[in-house]
Design a protein around this ligand. Sequence first.
Ligand SMILES: [Zn+2]
Ligand SMILES: [Zn+2]
Length: 450
Amino acid sequence: MPTAVGETIQPCPECGAEIHADNRFTIWCAACDWNVDPKDQQEKRERQEQQGARGKRGKRVRQGRLEEARRALAQRYGEKLHAEVTQGGAELRARRDGAAMLAYAIALAVHGVTAALLAGGVFCIVWGWGGGLVLLGVVLLAVAVALRPRLSGPPADGTVVHRADAPELYALVDEVARVVGTRGVDTIAVGKEINASVASRGLRGRRVLSLGLPLWEVLTPQQRVALLGHELGHYGNGDTRHGVVVGTALRSLVTWRYYFAPIPRPTGTEMVVNAVYAVPLLLVQGTLVLLDHLTLRATQRGEYLADREAARVASTEAAAGLMDQLLIVESVDVFLRRERNNAALTGARSARGTAAASADAPDGLWTRLAAHMASVPEHEYERQRRAGARRGHSVDATHPPTHLRRACLLAGPPSEAAVFLDDDRLRRITAELAGARTEVARRIVRDGVG
Ligand SMILES: [Zn+2]
Ligand SMILES: [Zn+2]
């Protein structure tokens, strides 16, 4: 068999089987799974090293464990839901179950504690005016202010694209929203993350859609519609994590945990402080884990439901194609890092006065990225699929494993597209994003992706 460009053949060090390897991607063995998931192995090694140095970094290790437990739970729920959907008919409805109600009640209690601190502070100041109670009042007020429910602010990273400057993009989002059964978004922010997300910000719940260009640019037009369908689909179902009450309570709890965190390597007095803080810390930690567990199932359900919306809007085929792309986002990351390093090298050379400035590097970045991603060989998809099955790969800990999401999509009857993104529309949208594309490309080349 002739070998493709960059392809070599070598024996597997583990079982000796022939490996067709492309040196741009991880070399692995399809016969025995040798090196199928090198990143996971590296993380395991790092974790072991961290555990070796526990005394120093105890807190970080604990948080790592919490994250690990959460991932395991997310995978379990993901698998359970997947089994429900594929075996028990298409029983997948958004529902406010007991867990969701309990989460809501706990969240209210968390805000209740903050309100009590505030009321206590005001009471102490007013009642004890002129006396020592005022001091206590001020302290209580300060704590209440620090713990106040924080609504998320404007997106920290991203170029805001206004409706007036991108009518076609907003029209597409509106059209997708109509099919999903919700309203469109107020703001679209374009950034350098390999992801997309929606968030409600401020008291009025202004909707912000964050579009990561490195993901957007590697998708086919219909997959882009599927991505929008998924994100807007989150508004269509009762996802409590997107809810203001639970979301702000989670944020308050994280702040509390920060305040009660034990002082590392404490002196005598600090040991007393640590001991006093131990009980509230345990309470906060426990509530955080409980709230997280209670909402996780609903979150996972929400992801599957959002995927279903994606299929309804853009077709099952496009939604499944989106999953395939999500499976190999690691390759996007690797490619962009390489681009950045190359630009840094040319930059260093031009600083010595040989070439022109490296300002050309951002030009054509998106074309190069798309071409690279289109050339990803099937064996890399297969490797990611297998690695995903082994470790429960997901975009992040809130999403079910990508291969399960894909399987879920294909389990039901296939649906046709309701929204089309044809060449004309795509050209207009790309033109609308021209400024943002250049700016984000420049930022990636200058600062990297992550
Ligand atoms: Zn092998
Ligand atoms: Zn999602």
